[in-house]
Design a protein around this ligand. Structure first.
Ligand SMILES: *Cc1c(COP(=O)(O)O)cnc(C)c1O
Length: 391
């Protein structure tokens, strides 16, 4: 750049110019909040086109679009919309499909943040919610009202790894004007593709398996172009936009998703099989085990069983606490889908907020331990569990 331009003006116009016929292997991060439009007509067109990726980053962004397109392809859907967190996707979906005076059917056991939304915020907006047993398809059927607009599902659910029969529940909603949304965070699209089973929308906390490195908060919802455009109309106003740098990190993590999930599946199966025969373990909850009460359903709708499992030890809450404290490889942390094994003692985590009755209602046995396996060798994890259970 010539130096007869004053430094203020010069710095205001610095741009990267890519040499001709040169393309980066790693896609660039479009870390820009806004884009230049050629003329007034284009400005209007770009501002009003759903999911335009080059107008204003809260409306869409090329880096974010690359992540969204990859997730849509993995889920087998036409389109996807990224959000700043998994909860951003849940809130946007709820507010898109349900208004005051309308009704939602949800599971009695769902992610804590989703429960908070449905139990404390939805009623203030005049939205009615029915909570049903996810393992009883007839409970969903019985809960349907003329005002029902949305069914919110999560399978496997956390932390007991119970399943919802997705084909059966999807069939209940056909031609009733009810949209179905599945939280697919725990399975990832490698192990389960709900939209192939008749479900309308699938969402993820990309904070977990999709990004996979415990270094980014992100969410995404995928489905038909019509439904995703409808969510976009609300989401760009709600403002839970994924930052381009976070989208780039999520996409970088996503590239290794199939390899990571395969490893998680294999390790969790070995750990679950080990725990099942341990005398101090009263129950193991993992859909891949033949003894899981819904193992046949797991085979019918999942192609792998994931990296999350839970188990109950003898001796109640204090014993569970001692086992968690005795683990050396597992970090006590409120997440999963990481390179490192993460563990929680759910009833202790919720004890400050829920009484004994509510803990039962939330399906949280006192001696339950939840394990999200990482990439450690299965032998090392099993040895660590062996030592902690010997205490
Ligand atoms: C973590 C999680 C969420 C929320 O995701 P955030 O990215 O933390 O907002 C939703 N559903 C499930 C199953 C989760 O594990």
């Amino acid at each position: 750049m010539t130096s007869d331009i004053d430094p203020f003006t010069l710095l205001a116009h610095v741009q990267i110019r890519l040499p001709e016929r040169s393309n980066p292997i790693s896609p660039p991060i479009y870390q820009t909040s806004t884009f230049e439009t050629p003329d007034a007509d284009a400005f209007l067109a770009m501002a009003t086109e759903p999911l335009h990726a080059g107008f204003y980053t809260r409306y869409g962004n090329p880096t974010t679009r690359a992540f969204e397109d990859a997730v849509a392809a993995l889920e087998g859907t036409e389109s996807a919309l990224a959000t700043a967190s998994g909860m951003g996707a849940v809130v946007a979906a709820l507010l898109t499909f349900v208004a005051a005076g309308e009704h939602v059917i949800a599971q009695r056991v769902m992610y804590g943040g989703t429960m908070g939304l449905l139990k404390t915020i939805a009623p203030r907006l005049g939205i009615d919610v029915s909570f049903v047993d996810q393992t009883a398809t007839e409970a969903f059927a019985n809960a349907i009202r003329p005002t029902t607009r949305l069914m919110m599902l999560e399978t496997p659910s956390n932390p007991m790894l119970r399943l919802t029969d997705l084909r059966a529940v999807a069939a209940l909603t056909k031609s009733k004007g009810i949209t179905t949304l599945v939280d697919n965070t725990i399975s990832s699209p490698i192990n389960q593709r709900p939209c192939d089973l008749g479900i309308d929308l699938v969402m993820h906390s990309a904070t977990k398996y999709l990004s996979g490195h415990s270094d980014v908060s992100a969410g995404v919802v995928a489905g038909s172009s019509a439904l995703i455009s409808a969510i976009w109309e609300k989401a760009y106003v709600l403002g839970a936009t994924l930052d381009p740098l976070a989208a780039w990190l999520a996409l970088r993590g996503l590239r290794t998703l199939p390899m990571r999930v395969q490893r998680h599946n294999e390790t969790a199966m070995q750990v679950a099989t080990y725990l099942e025969q341990h005398p101090r373990v009263e129950a193991v909850h993992y859909p891949g085990l033949p003894g899981h009460p819904q193992h046949a359903l797991a085979h019918g709708q999942m192609t792998g069983f994931g990296g999350l499992l839970s188990f109950e030890v003898t001796g109640g809450a204090a014993a569970a606490e001692a086992v968690v404290a005795g683990l050396r490889l597992a970090h006590r942390s409120a997440s999963f889908g990481s390179f490192s094994t993460l563990v929680v003692h759910p009833s202790a985590m919720w004890a400050g907020m829920l009484n004994a009755e509510q803990l039962r209602e939330a399906d949280l046995p006192p001696s339950l331990i939840r394990l999200g396996v990482g990439f450690e060798s299965p032998a090392a994890l099993i040895a660590d569990l062996e030592a902690a259970l010997a205490n």
